[in-house]
Write a protein that binds this ligand. Structure first.
Ligand SMILES: Cc1cc2nc3c(=O)[nH]c(=O)nc-3n(C[C@H](O)[C@H](O)[C@H](O)COP(=O)(O)OP(=O)(O)OC[C@H]3O[C@@H](n4cnc5c(N)ncnc54)[C@H](O)[C@@H]3O)c2cc1C
Length: 676
């Protein structure tokens, strides 16, 4: 019947006359439409290109390509990902980075005195290194498989506390705890191990630890749902609404309150999703719970907010990120951005460093270009105007509104209106970079990360440190040895080792030196730095005593270093502070969407809503690119990515048919939790 009611289509398909003898006309038309759609969908210029990794060169006006499609401001993981995807779609992209020599933002590495240090990627999830996981598959897609990763051995993290004078009678008094990878069926083993070291046989604790771990899994899945709301049209958001609402609910609770609900009050997940009680002020009086809570604050350094203030979403997503294990780059972390941004040249674009964007040009309400000057030339440098069809801001929302948009722009006015925004910028850091004489193996340096905790009462330790960082040690401190994680280190830098220590640091402590030049900040700045460095050196020598006589060089980075090298507004190198404001609906406009009220202008702040980590920034960058590409371009992007993903799945399991591989890739793409 359908055949009889079809309109006459003979004239349309007359060249196909011989086939029409075999197949009915409407079938041929359908095939034709399908083939055209397939050809259109599978058009992805980046599909078969080969990328030659080349560092960005310093900015000069003559290096700027003509007829630009998009300018991306900032070459961190977000900007590098965004520009890579846009270039692969065939766009001519210009990536501008203010750092005088290097792209990469927090992933850049630097060398002094013959030693090398990474800056803001000390480990990532195992999934980022696996092309059969969505995150790893995306990285492979962007670097054409050139970025390799090494899985870190277990334990990937070890936390260390001072000895505990308040331990409960007859309870073990362990000062260190290992964190091993725990794929979901093994999670109970991890839980039992931890409980065994705090209060053996406590079944209540085991049950509540599991609630805690399951909350992390819920948050992880909810972030995927949140990602979908950034891609799907609004009328389809109902599909993921329940999960997104769960995320927003859990994100409105502090870590301290959720710990109180789960461990003091024995809350279940269902009860918690309804309401969270408030934890009373002061240190936890129960010695066992005091220790449980301190140990479970283990990922705090990754989001850097004290438990009384931190959103539980940051805790949950960070726990989930590393639950299945961790990995590190093969070769310096710097290579990630070099490999991603080199793609731009294949399509007539360019990546340039030493290029500070001073302002975004807005004309008739549209973003049409940027004003750029050489960073190395200082404020006196010549300004160059560059125009493009789209402008992407891949630096923080704080940089955007404080520095880049014209002061009288409506978005700037809204940003400074306290009734329209409650997010704050993150704190900064204090870094100690050490060069150590000797081979890492001979010295027996740990291959895992060490996290030093100054106290079991973490909120109290933060309060004291923030008020007086000279007298009080930092509440937490990361200690890592990249030389033991990167397998290329022994051949690249034989006979020497490195260490990095990172603690929290407030911009306020350093504000009086703002605007002064690196290495020219005066004697009182150097004295203050030495006092902070002493704490970190003491912590290093206590935790890894074998390096004591071996540190032949060290240098301390402060929040002002982050202002200089990352151009972070007020040293907010994590962007938006991970407190309970970050997921208030009021702040959606500033945090979780790449779209802005300014036409043809996108920002990649979406990353902040996933995780203050390289993985989160990468997702944010890709969402930003998808916003530039629109629905049709994004459909092509998804199809190109799925083809690549399916190929990786087939390589892993050659018995899998192509169609099975596509279905699995599609399923993983749609449902795999963000942080895996
Ligand atoms: C101390 C520290 C340790 C960390 N450790 C880890 C870790 O172990 N694992 C992990 O996954 N994540 C880690 N992170 C987090 C992770 O590195 C970041 O969240 C992520 O890399 C941020 O990427 P981004 O692109 O958003 O921002 P950034 O990396 O900050 O990039 C923004 C870029 O924009 C540039 N820029 C700013 N303003 C301008 C301008 N006006 N003109 C031109 N360019 C401009 C900056 O110079 C910078 O290069 C760490 C971060 C820090 C600070």
């Amino acid at each position: 019947m359908l055949f009889l009611t079809m309109p006459p289509i003979g004239p349309l398909i007359s060249p196909l006359a011989p086939i029409t003898l075999i197949l009915p006309h409407w079938t041929i038309l359908l095939l034709f439409v399908f083939a055209t759609f397939y050809l259109w969908l599978s058009y992805w210029p980046g599909k078969n290109v080969k990328v030659a990794p080349i560092r960005a060169s310093p900015f000069s006006p003559d290096k700027v390509p003509k007829n630009l499609d998009t300018i991306v401001i900032g070459s961190g993981s977000g900007g590098s990902s965004c520009s890579n995807i846009l270039a692969q779609s065939g766009q001519r992209v210009l990536l501008l980075e203010q750092h005088e020599e290097r792209t990469g933002g927090c992933t850049h590495t630097f060398r002094i005195n013959g030693c090398e240090w990474d800056t803001g990627l000390h480990y990532t999830s195992e999934g980022m290194g696996l092309p059969t996981h969505r995150a790893g598959a995306l990285l492979k897609f962007m670097t054409k498989g050139k970025q390799e990763w090494k899985r870190l051995d277990d334990p990937y993290d070890q936390i260390i506390f001072p000895s505990d004078s308040l331990v409960g009678e007859g309870k073990p008094n362990n000062a260190s705890y290992d964190f091993n990878s725990a794929t979901p069926p093994d999670a109970p083993t991890l839980v039992r191990d931890l409980v065994e070291r705090i209060d053996p046989g406590n079944e209540y604790l085991i049950k509540q630890f599991e609630v805690w771990m399951n909350l992390a899994t819920i948050i992880n899945k909810s972030f995927t749902a949140l990602g979908w709301t950034r891609i799907l049209p609004k009328f389809l958001h109902f599909i993921v609404r329940k999960r997104v609402d769960q995320l927003y609910k859990l994100a409105s609770y502090t870590v301290r309150d959720v710990q109180y609900a789960v461990f003091n009050e024995g809350y279940s997940i269902e009860r918690l999703l309804d309401k969270c009680p408030t934890c009373p002020d002061g240190p936890e009086p129960d010695p066992v719970l005091r220790r449980v809570k301190a140990v479970l604050n283990h990922p705090i350094g990754d989001y850097a907010v004290q438990p009384r203030v931190a959103t539980f979403a940051a805790q949950g997503i960070t726990m989930a990120h590393y639950m299945e294990g961790a990995s590190y780059t093969v070769g310096p972390t710097q290579n990630i951005s070099i490999r991603m941004s080199s793609m731009l040249r294949n399509f007539g674009g360019e990546a340039l460093c030493d290029a500070t964007v001073e302002q975004i040009i807005i004309e008739k309400g549209r973003a049409v270009g940027v004003l750029v000057r050489n960073t190395s030339a200082g404020k006196e440098g010549t300004i160059t105007e560059i125009r493009a069809r789209n402008i992407v801001c891949a630096t923080s929302v704080f940089n955007l509104h404080h520095k880049l948009l014209p002061k009288d722009h409506p978005s700037v006015k809204d940003f400074f209106d306290p009734t329209l925004r409650t997010i704050q910028e993150s704190n900064g850091h204090v870094f100690l970079f050490c060069k150590i004489k000797g081979d890492a193996k001979d010295l027996g340096l740990p291959t895992h990360n060490l996290w030093y905790f100054n106290s079991y009462d973490i909120d109290e330790a933060f309060d004291k440190y923030y008020v007086d960082p000279v007298t009080h040690r930092p509440p937490t401190c990361y200690i890592g040895f990249p030389c033991t994680k990167d397998p290329t280190w022994p051949t690249r830098l034989p006979g020497i080792s490195n260490a990095i220590l990172i603690s929290d640091g407030l911009y306020d402590w350093f504000e009086k030196w703002h605007g002064t030049q690196v290495h020219e900040r005066g004697a009182d700045y150097e004295i203050f730095k030495d006092q902070l460095a002493k704490h970190l050196l003491d912590i290093l020598y206590e935790t890894v005593p074998q390096v004591k006589e071996r540190v032949e060089y060290w240098t301390l980075g402060t929040p002002l270093t982050e202002v200089s090298y990352l151009a972070s507004f007020h040293a907010a190198s994590y962007g938006t502070k991970c407190d309970t404001n970050i997921f208030k609906r009021l702040n959606d406009r500033w945090t979780t969407t790449p779209h802005t009220c300014i036409p043809v202008f996108i920002w990649r702040e979406a990353m902040r809503c996933f995780l203050p980590a390289v993985c989160g920034a990468m997702y944010g960058g890709i969402l930003g690119a998808s916003a530039v590409l629109g629905y049709t371009g994004s459909l092509r992007l998804v199809f190109a990515f799925l083809s690549d993903f399916a190929r990786s799945l087939q390589e892993e399991n050659p018995k899998m048919s192509k169609i099975e591989a596509y279905i699995k890739a599609l399923y993983k793409f749609g449902t795999e939790p963000v942080a895996n």
